[in-house]
Design a protein around this ligand. Structure first.
Ligand SMILES: Cc1ncc(C[n+]2csc(CCOP(=O)(O)OP(=O)(O)O)c2C)c(N)n1
Length: 542
């Protein structure tokens, strides 16, 4: 954060601006599970907010914890990446029926282009699916303002409210005017069984209540002015959603613009805009949600459905100049990528995972079901030992599914953070259903891939304080594993011998490969030098 004290304006990343907005809105707690590009929302709050900021074990737990705080009358923000919302969706779909008490904002960062994700799904669908409002900022100032507005709307409507960003908002810096920090809500925990207990006798009434709110939500959007037409009477128009507006502004002289920052949209506004245009482009990251509406009212709409803009990957100024403006990039300015050295991501030098993979490759499993983390890079050369990767927690279940078909010497690899996130139920399932697999838990004392966040196994909280510590060995034991061994992956030969033995053994055999990520080791050494260790940090919101 770069600060200009004179006019109270700072340069903030979009994610930081959301964090700041949440603090200004008077939150009492922030919860999250790391995931690019959403991670920095909680990182900022943990650093600048004196109250509670937690890394949860997964996104569902993060949302449920925030719901608990809301039930206590407090304001809570829960942040995650788009795929995290799949994990949290069970809680989301029903809390929309029940409604909340203190303001609850769900900040979800999408990754169009899938720069660091397993897919590029569009979270706006979840808002529509759950029938909750959704804000979509185009820069950091809007990210902060809309976070505050989302809390207000949440308390006004009794609904959780989504804030959808994309990588180019979350990870871009732009100026933000800081505001006053509101008082937190007082503690008010009241029992309200009709709206807190999702049992069949309550469901239909709650659903009806939610449907009735939809009209109110559209009206709120009409009055907010968040979706607005910027007209100079041109016959060419752009409907620009979220970051699309930042791109559209670059071509502002040639087009009228309908800016969309709030959902559910008032279709009449879209109709009014497209009806008077000879040509309308829809710029939206993800799926053609708005384009589909616009096409109901005009056959002059261009975008993803019409095929001019790709359904795949992210929008960008280059896409716009090429398709929307028909500008040709001069030949001598294009980069000759053929001469560039390709640099695919690789495990870092000294990475404990790389040593484990050396041993695993020599032990030669029939198939290795991977999971998501740095260790997924074991699928790439030189190891090429990871044969599948789907979503967090899926490795153990897939390995069990394969082994149950009679395949011998099947292995699963899973990181420590991923194991805690969603690997435990899969392990219990494998034990219960008598799969014969080798499970390798790669314990590097961190959630390395997303920036070395601590896990419950380290016993350090998001604020760098001492938390409760969970034992991996004890969990595995309680899950009923056939055997549990702990190895140091730097001992390659010893590890290989053990892996060979365990691949040929019946039952669910666990090998914990334990050595901290080299970056964590370095950071801990620095902390020790400064002797800060785990003392409570003195932190204040700016
Ligand atoms: C549902 C979901 N949430 C979050 C992420 C982001 N993410 C990718 S891998 C990972 C965990 C990595 O930690 P760990 O399993 O310990 O492996 P490491 O990177 O440390 O090797 C996370 C949080 C994701 N891909 N999917």
């Amino acid at each position: 954060m770069r600060e200009n004290q004179d006019n109270n304006e700072v340069l903030l990343l979009g994610d930081y601006a959301i964090g700041r907005g949440a603090i200004e809105a008077g939150i009492s707690i922030a919860t999250s599970y790391p995931g690019t590009p959403a991670t920095e929302i909680l990182t900022y709050i943990a650093k600048h907010f004196e109250g509670d900021a937690e890394w949860s074990v997964n996104e569902k737990v993060a949302l449920e914890t925030a719901i608990g705080a809301s039930y206590a009358g407090k304001r809570a923000i829960c942040s995650m990446k788009h795929v995290g919302l799949n994990v949290a969706s069970d809680a989301l779909m029903t809390i929309a029926y029940l409604g909340i008490k203190g303001g609850l904002v769900l900040a979800v960062a999408d990754d169009p282009g899938a720069y660091s994700s397993q897919n590029e799904q569009d979270s706006r669908f979840y808002a529509k699916f759950a029938k909750i409002p959704c804000f979509e900022p185009c820069d950091s100032q809007e990210a902060k303002d809309m976070t505050i507005a989302a809390f207000d709307l949440s308390e006004e409507t009794g609904l959780p409210v989504m804030l959808r960003t994309v990588t180019r908002v979350s990870h871009a810096e732009s100026p933000v005017k800081l505001g006053r920090i509101r008082e937190q809500n007082p503690l008010k925990l009241e029992k309200d069984p009709a709206n807190m207990i999702a049992v069949p006798s309550n469901v239909l009434r709650c659903h009806e209540k939610l449907i009735k709110k939809q009209e109110l939500l559209i009206k709120w959007g009409q009055n907010s002015g968040l979706n607005k037409i910027n007209s100079s009477g041109r016959k060419k128009g752009i409907i620009a959603c979220g970051i699309g507006y930042a791109y559209a502004k670059e071509y502002g002289d040639n087009f009228d613009i309908l800016k969309i920052s709030y959902y559910p949209v008032d279709e009449a506004l879209i109709k009014k805009f497209v009806k008077k245009m000879d040509e309308v482009w829809v710029l939206e990251e993800g799926e053609p949600i708005i384009e589909e509406i616009a096409r109901k009212y005009s056959n002059k709409v261009k975008g993803k459905i019409s095929g001019e803009i790709s359904m795949i990957g992210e929008l960008g100024p280059d896409v716009l100049s090429k398709y929307v403006c028909g500008w040709k990039i001069p030949e001598n300015t294009t980069l000759d990528t053929g001469t560039l050295l390709k640099r695919p991501p690789a495990l870092c030098p000294g990475c404990p995972h790389s040593k484990l993979y050396e041993a695993l490759k020599s032990a030669n499993p029939t198939f290795t079901a991977g999971d998501i983390g740095c260790y997924t890079l074991g699928a790439s050369p030189p190891y090429q030992i990871v044969d599948t990767c789907l979503c967090m927690g899926a490795g153990i279940s897939k390995a069990a599914g394969i082994a149950k078909q009679g395949v011998k010497r099947v292995a699963a690899v899973i990181g420590d953070s991923t194991f805690i996130h969603s690997g435990i139920p899969a392990l219990i399932n494998a034990v219960y259903n008598k799969a014969n697999i080798l499970v390798l838990i790669l314990d590097n004392s961190s959630t390395a891939m997303t920036g070395h966040q601590p896990t419950p196994l380290t016993g350090i909280t998001a604020k760098g304080r001492e938390g409760g510590k969970v034992s991996l060995e004890e969990i595995c034991k309680a899950c009923g594993a056939t055997s549990i061994e702990v190895i140091d992956p730097y001992e390659v030969n010893k590890t290989e011998t053990l892996l060979r033995e365990k691949l040929d053994s019946p039952g669910v055999n666990i090998v914990i490969s334990r050595r901290p990520c080299v970056f964590v080791t370095r950071r801990l050494a620095k902390l020790k030098q400064k002797s800060i260790s785990c003392k409570p940090a003195e932190q204040k919101a700016p």
